[in-house]
Design a protein. Structure first.
Length: 185
């Protein structure tokens, strides 16, 4: 078998020479296979890195949505708790009023104090039931106590020279709910 000589241009003088047992085409195939393997490994690493970045971005997005949902549910639960507490208070107050165990004298005196009428003349309108409960109770001079069937039991309306001052349980509870951030029921 005759071997063909191949002329190779070298950039520097060789320091040693050795005889290869493989042909140039075998070396080329091996070198090509190494290149393909290297390219495959680079592609695989790039794909894994891209998948990791994509998964991380999706995980971040899911975490943000979950946090938003948590905040919304927390706010919703807070509003619900406030509304529930006010409804419980409304029920308890109405039950006390229905049982006649509410301190109507204290309610009238507090309302007079809040009305700003001081010792001036005024007319206090209360329900007929509350008016009967206040029989014999004396208030400051200039205060006239009137039964008024349009006023609910436990509520007080004070007519003063400056105008009408109304203190109603439902209005007070609604105002409390608004101030606590629970909006109107």
């Amino acid at each position: 078998m005759a071997t063909a000589l191949v002329k190779i241009a070298l950039h520097a003088a060789p320091k040693s020479v050795r005889h290869a047992s493989r042909t140039l085409s075998e070396i080329a195939v091996e070198h090509s296979a190494l290149g393909l393997r290297s390219a495959y490994e680079r592609g695989l690493a790039e794909g894994e890195a891209l998948a990791t970045r994509t998964a991380a971005a999706r995980l971040d997005s899911a975490a943000e949505r979950l946090e938003s949902a948590r905040v919304a549910l927390e706010n919703e639960a807070s509003v619900f708790a406030l509304r529930f507490a006010v409804e419980v208070a409304r029920h308890l107050v109405r039950r006390e009023i229905a049982a006649g165990t509410h301190d109507v004298e204290r309610i009238v005196r507090e309302t007079l104090g809040l009305s700003g009428v001081d010792r001036g003349h005024c007319v206090v309108h209360v329900s007929p039931e509350d008016h009967a409960a206040l029989a014999g109770v004396s208030f400051r001079s200039g205060t006239l106590l009137e039964p008024d069937p349009s006023v609910a039991r436990g509520d007080v309306h004070v007519t003063t020279p400056q105008g009408l001052f109304v203190r109603e349980i439902d209005t007070i509870l609604r105002s409390l709910l608004e101030r606590l951030g629970g909006a109107r029921p």
